[in-house]
Ligand binder design. Structure first.
Ligand code: DSN
Length: 411
């Protein structure tokens, strides 16, 4: 209550954002509503503590309690991902971008070759985009999806790998609506002698719940943010085989970071406990069911989906032929209380600022208890607004009334 009394300006902005989050349909594929418990850990006194180093090897005094927090987060991460005994966990990365750079820095030299999915086909900025430090420091070779299926073609990836002999092959994507066959990636990495790394930031919750194949039995290093389908705090973790542990730990601290954010690490501990529950497994199953239901309903309204559907939490809609680009569609839907983001589609003829696609995800709406029936309703609103722009304001009011019936966790 002291924020309300002592800094009304910030308090009011937080209340407005709380109201906004409650009254919209949140379809950004990388967002979610974390629990009150995770928020409590994030807003705790753990924020005050400097703890450079690792549990029981810190550079500052007074870390008796935060050592226990960090060890708990590590132990619960091991359980949530069913980590083998010879795997190591680092829970200190501040978030996804530092996390990936910390892995490259640990295992490679500048100029080394990495293979990853093209950003325009569903990769991430830290997977070697020219405008990101990853693309400046390392020699990225990008694979893509095929023009016909808009899915990964593992034979093509193998051919490319054979040609370029990368030191590291990266899989795990931000806009790929299909299940990834990590076993096939392992085969490719073995054939060319590369390290196999997966960035499962988008699908981590699904992997933990067992509704998406896990890379852990096959891979060497797995990174993930903890705030997407995993529904935790904004943070990152690195899981790796023990033989990489020292290099990874050194790369995180002191290689790239200073004091870990122990409040976020406590949030990870809380989220990992939640991820082990039967309720979370059920939630994750529903995320996928909802994504399939939303895909089907959008297709019934005449929208083309990249790859023809979804196996995970994510859908990529192609607006080609709809007389509207991604940027205008994103803005128009925002006016209707439907929040999503514009996105490149594979082989897009438009620009990244105004691409042909929209990316949608079902993690957040599923956290509000919405099911298949509600997905049909959402698709009908999207179709109505894209067909007749003048109904946006009216839909916004309907969305406001509708969302009242589905309280979001943590708000
Ligand atoms: N920005 C995230 C996403 O939206 O997918 C990835 O870091």
């Amino acid at each position: 209550m002291s924020l309300k009394n002592n800094d009304k300006q910030v308090y009011d902005l937080i209340q407005k954002e709380r109201k906004r989050q409650a009254e919209v349909l949140e379809l950004i594929a990388s967002e979610n509503y974390t629990s009150k418990e995770v928020l409590e850990a994030l807003g705790s006194v753990l924020n005050n503590k400097y703890a450079e180093g690792y549990p029981r090897k810190r550079y500052y005094a007074g870390n008796e309690i935060v050592d226990q927090v960090e060890e708990l987060a590590i132990a619960r991460t091991r359980e949530a991902f069913d980590l083998p005994i010879d795997w190591h966990v680092n829970v200190q990365p501040y978030s996804g971008s530092p996390m990936n750079l910390e892995v490259y820095n640990a295992l490679l030299e500048p100029g080394d070759t990495i293979m990853a999915l093209d950003l325009a086909h569903g990769g991430h900025l830290t997977h070697g985009s020219k405008v990101n430090v990853s693309g400046k420091l390392y020699n990225f070779v990008h694979y893509g999806v095929t023009a016909k299926s808009e899915r990964l073609d593992y034979m093509e990836i193998l051919k490319l790998a054979d040609q370029h002999r990368p030191k590291l092959i990266l899989s795990g994507f931000t806009a790929y609506p299909r299940e990834i066959d990590f076993e096939k990636f392992r085969d490719i990495a073995d054939k060319v002698g590369a390290i196999a790394m997966a960035d499962i930031s988008h699908i981590a919750g699904l992997v933990s719940a067992g509704v998406h194949m896990s890379p852990i039995p096959f891979f060497d290093v797995v990174t993930t943010t903890t705030h997407k389908t995993l529904r935790g705090p904004r943070a990152g973790i690195i899981m790796c085989k023990d033989k990489y542990a020292t290099a990874i730990d050194k790369s995180v601290f002191p290689g790239s970071q200073g004091g870990p954010h122990e409040n976020a690490i406590a949030g990870i501990a809380v989220a990992m406990k939640e991820a082990k529950t039967a309720a979370f497994r059920k939630y994750s199953e529903q995320v996928v069911k909802n994504s399939k239901a939303l895909s089907k309903a959008l297709q019934d309204f005449g929208f083309r989906l990249v790859s023809g559907g979804s196996d995970n939490h994510l859908i990529l809609m192609d607006l080609t032929g709809k007389n509207i680009g991604g940027k205008d569609a994103q803005n128009l839907l925002e006016k209707a209380g439907i929040i999503l983001n514009r996105n490149m589609i594979p082989f897009d003829k438009r620009s990244p600022m105004d691409p042909s696609g929209l990316r949608l995800g079902t993690a957040a709406v599923t956290s509000r208890g919405m099911k298949e029936k509600e997905m049909s309703k959402i698709a009908s609103w999207i179709a109505a607004v894209i067909t007749d722009h003048s109904v946006a304001e009216q839909v916004k009011e309907e969305v406001k009334r509708f969302t009242k019936n589905f309280p979001a966790p943590g708000l």
